[in-house]
Write a protein that binds this ligand. Structure first.
Ligand code: GLC
Length: 474
């Protein structure tokens, strides 16, 4: 099958969050299926274009029209492309050669341009994709432009739109329709929502299929608490809103081979994990003693549950344990957490940085991994944590609910500790249950860690599920 994947970030080229991980692993997993030809499109951001490690050559160039605007587009092909997986970059220095990816006053215009540029690129390449799979609001106008202006070039193409996080929808004033989009007036209704233009809403209405990144989140999105205004629109898609839980790159995240670690280990031979814990304590200036080590690797954003963490922190730190946090984000959380950490040297290590090497070391060194997210479309860190034998403590929402069934010490079933509503005391209660089991039943605890590590987190199954969906609409 010929599949075009369109996103605004993909590792290893560029990544700001989980979307970047998914866009590295999913296209690769699809490309491994015999008969598939996957083309991945990305903006040619400054950081990609001037990265000496990323070689690409110009294929062609053309002009993209957005009402009166006539913008250059250069189409580059990554030198590492293969027959089954080609990566293309859309070049326009005015839109993409900036510091950072998103958050500019003209983001709407930048990604409207991107949508049209990608469709023109597919035309120039004579790609004829059977599936055009778009991710998040940055590529959400593609199903619209495809139908409105490119249908004759791609008579067979079917569109899939995946929501990785409904919080970010791509919104603009109503005037954006006439000033930038340049679509025929009959598309105004599709693109409009709440008296403005809403990219994500347009894709939800227009795409042949809408998916999201876990089954529970697909259900939650039908409710106002989770859907950030789009519950009605999302419910109206009925069965055509499907959840497929993400995997992780199990080669990249492998405690038996991860070059960042002080020692390697696996479910079959877990002894190295203790060495990783000691190395982490030493590296971060924590006291080198045998206490449960709790960890978080996270963006410091409110939907990640940082409020709950701050609320329980004084009580949590009265317990015999150590806490390591890695991440950056909202200033108020950075200040608050740093201030508490300064009062607890040797016990609480706060690392305000984005550092994949340290992140690996933390997953490997941790006994417990905390993820109190208010909502979580899928969540990848709890999967990485389990793969590294750190037991998750999570709010049972979205993908966390699907991937961390509650542990029952009586039967040994389940994968971690959960709490059922967004509430700090319940969060602390779940941590206390975990700490209780950690101390009271070391053998059962070790068995839980082993069972967590043995799970199949690879992309093989999710990629198959996407194939089934694709086949259902082509
Ligand atoms: C977004 C979501 C996260 C998900 C990721 C990849 O970052 O917030 O839950 O795992 O996308 O789909």
């Amino acid at each position: 099958m010929r599949i075009a994947m369109i996103a605004s970030e993909a590792a290893p080229f560029i990544k700001t969050g989980g979307l970047g991980d998914v866009m590295q692993a999913l296209p690769a997993a699809l490309a491994r299926i015999p008969g598939n030809q996957v083309s991945l499109f990305l903006p040619y951001y400054k950081r990609i274009k001037y990265d000496p490690a990323v070689e690409a050559e110009l294929v062609t160039s053309f002009t993209v029209h957005l009402t009166w605007r006539q913008q250059y587009a250069g189409l580059f092909r990554w030198a590492g492309s293969t027959d089954s997986l080609a990566v293309y970059f859309l070049d326009n220095e005015y839109y993409f050669c900036r510091d950072g990816l998103y958050g500019f006053y003209d983001d709407g215009e930048r990604f409207a341009y991107y949508a049209k540029a990608v469709l023109s690129a597919m035309e120039a390449l004579e790609l004829q994709p059977e599936i055009v799979h778009c991710h998040d609001w940055q590529s959400a106008l593609i199903p619209v432009y495809l139908e409105a202006e490119f249908r004759s070039s791609f008579p067979q193409a079917r569109t899939v739109f995946t929501i990785h996080n409904v919080e970010y929808q791509g919104k603009a004033d109503a005037s954006f329709f006439g000033e930038v989009l340049g679509l025929d007036d009959r598309w105004r209704g599709v693109c409009s929502f709440d008296e403005g233009i809403n990219f994500m809403k347009a894709a939800i209405v227009q795409a042949d299929l809408v998916t999201t990144v876990s089954e529970t989140y697909a259900q939650e999105l039908r409710y106002p608490y989770f859907a950030h205004g789009l519950s009605g629109i999302l419910s109206s898609r009925g069965e055509r809103l499907v959840g497929i839980t993400n995997g992780i790159d199990t080669e990249l995240y492998d405690p038996a081979a991860d070059p960042a670690l002080a020692a390697h280990y696996s479910a079959a031979n877990p002894t190295g994990k203790q060495r990783c814990k000691q190395a982490l304590q030493k590296a971060l200036g924590l006291e080198e003693k045998d206490v449960p080590l709790l960890a978080m690797v996270t963006r410091l954003a409110s939907h990640k549950g940082i409020d709950l963490l701050c609320y329980i922190l004084p009580r949590l730190l009265e317990r015999e344990l150590q806490l390591v946090i890695v991440g950056t984000g909202e200033a108020k959380y950075e200040y608050a957490l740093q201030a508490v950490a300064a009062e607890h040297p040797g016990k609480f290590s706060m690392n305000l940085r984005f550092d994949p090497t340290l992140a690996s070391q933390v997953y490997a060194g941790a006994d417990l991994y905390l993820m109190p997210s208010k909502s979580e479309p899928c969540g990848l860190s709890q999967l990485i944590a389990m793969r590294y034998g750190a037991i998750p403590v999570v709010n049972a929402t979205g993908g966390l609910k699907d991937t961390v069934p509650a542990y029952n010490p009586e039967t040994g079933e389940g994968r971690g500790y959960t709490f059922q509503s967004y509430n700090g005391d319940d969060f602390l209660g779940a941590i206390d249950r975990a700490l209780g089991d950690y101390h009271a039943a070391p053998a059962a605890w070790a068995a839980l860690g082993k069972a967590d590590m043995e799970q199949d987190f690879s992309w093989t199954i999710p990629a198959q599920r996407y194939m089934e969906l694709y086949c259902s609409i082509v």
